[in-house]
Design a protein around this ligand. Structure first.
Ligand SMILES: Nc1ncnc2c1ncn2[C@@H]1O[C@H](COP(=O)(O)OP(=O)(O)OP(=O)(O)O)[C@@H](O)[C@H]1O
Ligand SMILES: Nc1ccn([C@@H]2O[C@H](COP(=O)(O)O)[C@@H](O)[C@H]2O)c(=O)n1
Length: 235
């Protein structure tokens, strides 16, 4: 007796480029990392790159309020991002910058540096190169990914949440930081990021907006995974 075993041909899911944008504290990083890990995609934190160049400027005595000085120095540091969602890395001139880029000093200055067109041109080029090299696809999170960096992304998601919810989340992270002060700082940074001339924080016309105010992180992750799987199936 002969038995024929038929095995269904398994095909890898199509590589997808996913852009996740939104204001500070809406859950972009947490969501993007989890979604990328779950679906086997690369992950890029573009905010970390702007923080890294800001950290370098501060360390090298550049007055970050002087746009011309920032523009002149913008090509000098070498910035490298590791795109494994379970262990993302960021280095500046070969030095691990993951800790120092999260300081209050960097957070309060980053919007001034990221508003400089020469900085944006350089970092945008870096982001496009990384995205183009991601064989299985990538989740890229930031402020202008859907509008400017990767306008042809397969899926664009714009996360929002009330300022109160975002401040409460951040204050919890900062272990008891004053919620009102955190809220004011978030609003100030969003205003600066939204009002700059070059690629401001904005929702792309074709982005799916997800208000996370009343959602758990798990619910947001599931929502984005479903959206991505829909795009993969359609490719
Ligand atoms: N839906 C949610 N419900 C509750 N907490 C959440 C939710 N999403 C994210 N958080 C928490 O909120 C905090 C901020 O999230 P996260 O860093 O992912 O936001 P972000 O949009 O990347 O912020 P930023 O732009 O400032 O880097 C984290 O402590 C995270 O665990
Ligand atoms: N695509 C992006 C991403 C970030 N920025 C600037 O970096 C700052 C820090 O971002 P986080 O996500 O780490 O909080 C942000 O406030 C922007 O100024 C950007 O311009 N474009």
């Amino acid at each position: 007796m002969s038995v024929t075993v038929e095995t269904a041909a398994r095909t890898a899911p199509a590589a997808v480029i996913v852009a996740i944008d939104g204001p500070s504290g809406t859950g972009k990083s947490s969501t993007s990392k989890a979604v990328a890990a779950k679906l086997g995609l690369s992950y890029l934190d573009t905010g970390a790159q702007y923080r890294a160049i800001t950290w370098w400027m501060l360390n090298n005595g550049i007055d970050v309020a002087d746009a011309a000085a920032v523009a002149n120095a913008s090509g000098k540091p070498s910035i490298e991002s590791g795109t494994d969602p379970s262990a993302p890395t960021i280095t500046v001139d070969g030095q691990d910058a993951s800790g120092p880029i999260r300081t209050q000093e960097v957070t309060s200055r980053v919007s001034a540096v990221s508003a400089v067109p020469e900085v944006r041109a350089r970092i945008t080029e870096l982001q496009r190169t990384i995205a183009a090299g991601a064989e299985n696809g990538i989740v890229v999170e930031g402020r202008d990914i859907g509008t400017t960096v990767l306008p042809g992304a397969d899926l664009k998601v714009f996360l929002t949440a009330s300022a109160g919810a975002r401040a409460a989340r951040r204050s919890g992270e900062l272990k008891g930081a004053d919620v009102a002060a955190t809220r004011e700082a978030l609003i100030k940074r969003d205003a600066a990021d939204s009002s700059r001339k070059t690629s401001p924080l904005a929702k792309a016309d074709d982005a799916v907006e997800v208000d996370t105010t009343e959602l758990t992180l798990h619910q947001v992750i599931e929502c984005v995974v479903t959206l991505i799987e829909g795009k993969q199936a359609a490719k």
